[in-house]
Write a protein that binds this ligand. Structure first.
Ligand code: IPE
Ligand code: IPE
Ligand code: MG
Ligand code: MG
Length: 304
């Protein structure tokens, strides 16, 4: 047996978060200072987010043999899209939530109109970043065709065939019990699509071969569902102070969730099985997939 470099997720996550946060800050700084819209964008973006999607993008790039620098702008763009979705998800017309990332939701802090616009601005800024060639990693700057492909992948995942459709189904099914397979496909759209896109983006931008990309997307599919099941479980038994958002809200709103349909214990068992399946898909990958392996476990063990 060859010994492999040891990997420690409790070091990796904060390290990658800091890299991402610095880059996100820079993006907002260069695009203007004290205008109200930028303040609202920064308020929502720079909270205590876990940065899971950009970290997955980076970890997929690393598993494919690349470097985080090759995908950092794209990773930030994914976090902007995710943050826009949270701002809009919290609006009174949607989930009507008051706490996000440990602070009052964007619409409570800035008013609904500004919150809607901040979401719009983060979404569009993400695509501006994705379409901008990066100068600092020019040796790795991807072929414009790859860049276009990534833009299409992310647009589809975020839009009316992906996350937006998932949100639509989520709203339409409030108070109307779904079958388990309907909830599974709702979650694949609402949460899974952007997570798969994050991982595919990391792989595509580092020139990963198509066989490996298929495996990485399968991994992403499993952990995407596991992530949303864990979110449902935390909504039942999580600590709101640690999570930075309210708990118990799904039951109040008669949301379709895994605990509501399956019960808590079966939901936890399922989450564990999904992680097992995700890890099995990565068996052919070497030690460079250590972050992806550890993140899969973290997704269901997390307390926030
Ligand atoms: C919350 O996402 C919304 C879901 C899709 C479950 P996260 O749990 O990743 O939220 P942040 O980014 O850490 O705030
Ligand atoms: C949010 O889902 C998913 C998106 C924003 C696409 P939820 O409504 O279930 O997540 P939380 O619990 O508000 O974070
Ligand atoms: Mg919602
Ligand atoms: Mg919500």
């Amino acid at each position: 047996l060859t010994s492999q470099p040891s990997f420690h997720l409790p070091d990796y996550l904060p390290d990658r978060r800091e890299i991402i946060n610095t880059e996100l800050n820079d993006f907002l700084r260069t695009s203007n200072h004290d205008r109200r819209i930028v303040e609202a964008m920064r308020y929502a973006l720079m909270g205590s987010g876990k940065r899971l999607r950009p970290i997955l993008c980076i970890a997929a790039a690393e598993a494919a043999g690349g470097n985080y620098k090759d995908v950092l702008p794209a990773a930030c763009a994914l976090e902007m899209i995710h943050t826009y979705s949270l701002i809009h998800d919290d609006l009174p017309a949607m989930d009507n939530d008051r706490l996000r990332r440990g602070k009052p939701t964007c619409h409570l802090a800035f008013g609904e109109a500004t919150a809607i616009l901040a979401g719009d601005a983060l979404l569009t800024m993400a695509f501006e970043i994705l379409a901008t060639p990066d100068d600092y990693s020019s040796d790795h700057s991807p072929d414009p065709r790859v860049r276009l492909q990534v833009i299409r992948i992310i647009a589809r995942a975020a839009g009316y065939c992906g996350m937006v459709e998932g949100q639509m189904r989520d709203i339409l099914s409030e108070g109307r019990p779904l079958f388990l397979d309907e909830l599974k496909s709702l979650y694949a759209l609402k949460t899974g699509a952007l997570i798969i896109a994050a991982i595919e983006t990391g792989a595509q931008l580092t020139g990963c071969d198509s066989k490996k990309i298929v495996a990485l997307k399968e991994y992403a599919d499993y952990i995407g569902l596991a992530f949303q099941v864990a979110d449902d479980i935390l909504n039942v038994e999580g600590d709101p102070d640690r999570m930075g958002k309210a708990v118990g809200t799904d039951a109040v709103r008669k949301k379709n969730t895994y605990p509501a349909l399956l019960g808590l214990d079966a939901s936890k068992t399922l989450a564990g099985e999904l992680v097992g399946s995700a890890l099995a898909v990565l068996e052919s990958f070497d030690h460079r997939a250590a972050p992806l392996r550890a993140i899969a476990r973290y997704i269901v063990e997390r307390k926030r």
